[in-house]
Design a binder for this molecule. Structure first.
Ligand code: SF4
Length: 326
């Protein structure tokens, strides 16, 4: 099957606020896709619950990024967020909420499916049935939001995501183009044509930073503090240095997460609990008070596009150990 990047009515970029989804958006600009056809979609991990697992500043960083480029942004989330899904006890997964074009919030799901109990963190696995955070809080939420909006019927939509083969052997096997799971091009009542594109699957990290430098993007503050990957603050794949750094900048949040390890009797890391893990980790030396308060606050107040009067600098976390999903 032949795919043509320029043949779509709508381009949805799955936008985490990290370097790879940023590069994916910039790829569209590089290829001349008009900005009015592009939407950034951010799946908010903590949703409408307390900030439990993610960086406090991420939603506002994404909002300010969209403002800087004059591109639309929509948020989607699972009711109760990460914590709600983790604490499921003989219950169904919660409904999904999504911002719509007219400013209202849509809601779907949560009424069918099996009753289930989690009471554990997602597992460090490539298998999305046990690594439920990716499937339930990101992939599924995005798909539900497309399927339940009539505006995607009768048009051609391209969903873009920023997985890169360098990150893991599993990701290297992902298709660059394929039919998206929300597709229903042969539907009888209506058609919904949705493809998936992973344009940077074969890009190197050098290429990602090069395009970010070209557009003079000030990336998420976690990169300047030393993180190689902007994922959930407490990403289950984090190494000892990441968790030591997180415990340093967010001690109360760290304590809450560590307390759940005790309650569940199951740890995030397969070998030891979080308190043991951080004993051998080194706090990133680039963490400053200013960066820490920016990353752990709810208001992103820096220009996302760095003015010419200021030098673009490669963040401390670039080319470091990324520790992302397998
Ligand atoms: S960043 Fe880590 S913890 Fe967050 S959804 Fe992805 S794999 Fe799960």
């Amino acid at each position: 099957m032949k795919y043509d990047l320029h043949s779509y009515d709508k381009y949805i970029v799955s936008f985490s606020g990290g370097k790879d989804s940023t590069a994916t958006f910039l790829y569209l600009l590089e290829n001349g896709i008009p900005i009015h056809k592009i939407e950034l979609w951010h799946q908010d991990i903590d949703g409408d619950g307390d900030t439990f697992f993610d960086w406090e500043v991420t939603p506002d960083y994404c909002r300010k990024f969209a403002e800087a480029f004059g591109v639309k942004i929509y948020f989607q989330w699972k009711e109760g967020g990460f914590k709600g899904e983790m604490l499921r006890e003989n219950s169904r997964t919660a409904p999904t909420h999504f911002q719509m074009e007219d400013g209202t919030i849509g809601k779907a799901g949560g009424t069918k499916g099996e009753l289930n109990t989690r009471l554990m963190f997602p597992q460090q696995s490539a298998d999305l049935s046990v690594r439920w955070c990716s499937s339930y809080l990101k992939i599924g939420v995005c798909s539900i939001a497309i399927v339940n909006q009539a505006r995607f019927r009768g048009i051609r939509t391209l969903v873009l995501s920023g997985e890169r083969g360098e990150e893991s052997p599993q990701r290297a096997k992902y298709a660059i183009w394929e039919k998206d799971r929300a597709d229903r091009r042969n539907g009888i009542k209506y058609q919904r044509y949705v493809d998936r594109h992973r344009p940077i699957r074969d890009w190197t990290e050098e290429e990602v930073w090069a395009i970010i430098q070209k557009y003079r993007i000030r990336v998420h503050p976690c990169y300047y503090m030393g993180w190689g990957r902007c994922s959930c603050k407490f990403c289950i794949f984090g190494n000892k240095h990441q968790f030591a750094s997180v415990a340093h900048i967010s001690p109360a949040q760290f304590q809450r997460v560590a307390d759940y390890e005790k309650r569940f009797g199951k740890t995030i890391n397969r070998k030891c609990d979080l308190w043991q893990l951080i004993k051998t980790g080194k706090i990133y030396p680039h963490i400053t008070e200013k960066l820490k308060s920016l990353a752990t606050g709810y208001n992103y107040n820096q220009p996302v596009i760095i003015p010419e009067s200021e030098q673009w600098i490669l963040p401390a976390g670039a080319f470091s150990d990324s520790c992302g999903p397998t």
